[in-house]
Design a protein around this ligand. Structure first.
Ligand SMILES: [Zn+2]
Length: 427
């Protein structure tokens, strides 16, 4: 081979290499989308807080029909959103969900127990009516088995200690019926625990509140610290033998809402094996939006007052609600719009301070306003793709999508077995 040939060959090699490099540079975007799709499909994707339960009680609404999400700023009958149903869960690759058993904290006593039982019944019947598509799951193993069988795992979490009506026997009955977490408070204090949305009354948990935590440990039901006051969180952490769940909370360091957790709380939760499940609610994840909402709160309160006077009584409740929403939506200036990527910012922040094994997803779908780009559950794969784009490994992503909370469930179940074995006579 002469010199000219060698030079020509070298040039050809260089250009081939350059072409290869170019190809490698243009490929990652395709590769990333394909990888994200595969990871999302393989993973057990589990969301620990979805409020679709209220719709299950409506006779004219079917979970197995496909619905369209409600338009921003409007609220259809039965609540906000319309974010979740069976066909869209399949499309979004969501494999399991905790249906929230929920009512406002102002509903207490026997009526709260009755309503809880009706909601539990609705979830259980949903699984019973379509055993080909869904299965009621009460353990991590049952969630894994459902995934293997290609079925949606339906779980239940109870959002507020007021629903136990100060009764450990009632709590035990809920556990027997399949409830697998209890959020200690909703937005109002209970008679035994302080909420982040209320004035402190108990300095955290009362002695009975601590008994509730210990009973949850014994029952293998997760102790959920979303919504609680910071001191209630501390008391729950100090009392609970099992690691804690924050079923739907985001990071206060990024968005200063009291519903979010401080870095210190997230670190303490994680150090004991707990998991924070990031909430997608738009004003919990976007600071400019939160500040704008806070600034206009007096105007919103005034509208509510006017509407209450204009449309008094329970019979006008729907009209009152629709007009209130329309009047709030017409306020100027309009609120800033949160983007869906803020969800991943919160995941990222929690991972940085607590580690990738202690973070997951607790959307608040159907109970909250979503950021732009996360209009319903079909948008979920975007989170997987964004995590991959930000350099997360496959196993970290699968952890965030569901494995982390499954591991937490396994640990909580193991603690319950330990307590059971210790209590056995003759040991
Ligand atoms: Zn909530």
């Amino acid at each position: 081979m002469n010199r000219t040939c060698r030079t020509a060959l070298a040039a050809a090699v260089v250009s081939l290499a350059a072409a290869g490099l170019l190809q490698a540079q243009s490929k990652p975007s395709e590769d990333l989308a394909a990888r994200a799709k595969r990871i999302h499909a393989e993973a057990i994707v589990l969301d620990t807080h979805i409020d679709t339960t209220q719709r299950l009680l409506q006779p004219d609404w079917s979970f197995f029909d496909r619905h369209e999400p409600n338009v921003r700023g409007q609220r259809g009958p039965g609540g906000r959103g319309n974010h979740v149903d069976y066909p869209r869960m399949r499309e979004g690759g969501l494999d399991g969900l905790f249906f929230s058993i929920y009512m406002a904290g102002s509903i207490t006593g026997p009526p709260a127990v009755k309503r809880s039982l009706e909601q539990i019944d609705a979830v259980r019947r949903l699984a019973e009516t379509r055993p080909d598509a869904m299965v009621l799951a009460t353990t991590a193993a049952e969630v894994r088995a459902a995934h293997k069988a290609g079925k949606i795992a339906a779980l239940m979490g109870m959002e507020g200690g007021h629903m136990i009506d100060e009764s450990l026997p009632v709590l035990r009955d809920y556990a027997r019926l399949g409830v697998r977490y209890l959020t200690l408070t909703h937005s109002l204090n209970t008679t035994w625990g302080d909420s982040s949305g209320d004035k402190p009354a108990h300095n955290g948990l009362t002695d009975f509140g601590k008994d509730v935590v210990r009973e949850l440990n014994r029952l293998g039901v997760m102790v959920d610290v979303s919504h609680v006051a910071d001191k209630t969180f501390e008391d729950a952490l100090a009392t609970s033998r099992a690691p804690l769940l924050a079923s739907h909370s985001s990071c206060r360091a990024l968005t200063g809402h009291v519903r979010n957790m401080t870095d210190e709380m997230i670190k303490a939760l994680a150090a004991r094996g707990g998991v924070i499940q990031i909430n997608y609610l738009n004003s919990y994840i976007d600071e400019p939006l939160r500040l704008a909402e806070e600034a206009r709160q007096p105007q919103v309160d005034a509208i509510r007052k006017d509407m209450a006077a204009k449309y008094p009584g329970a019979e006008n409740a729907d009209k009152r609600m629709m007009e209130t929403i329309a009047a709030v939506a017409a306020l100027q200036p309009p609120l800033p719009v949160a983007q869906w990527q803020r969800i991943v910012d919160h995941i990222d922040h929690a991972v940085k301070i607590a580690g990738a094994d202690h973070v997951g997803l607790g959307s608040d779908f159907d109970g909250a306003s979503m950021p732009e780009g996360m209009e319903d559950v079909t948008r979920l794969p975007k989170i997987t793709e964004e995590l991959l784009r930000r350099g997360y490994t496959e196993s970290q992503i699968k952890g965030i999508l569901g494995e982390n909370v499954l591991r937490l469930m396994e640990r909580v179940e193991a603690v319950a077995r330990e307590i059971h074995n210790e209590a056995r006579p003759g040991r």
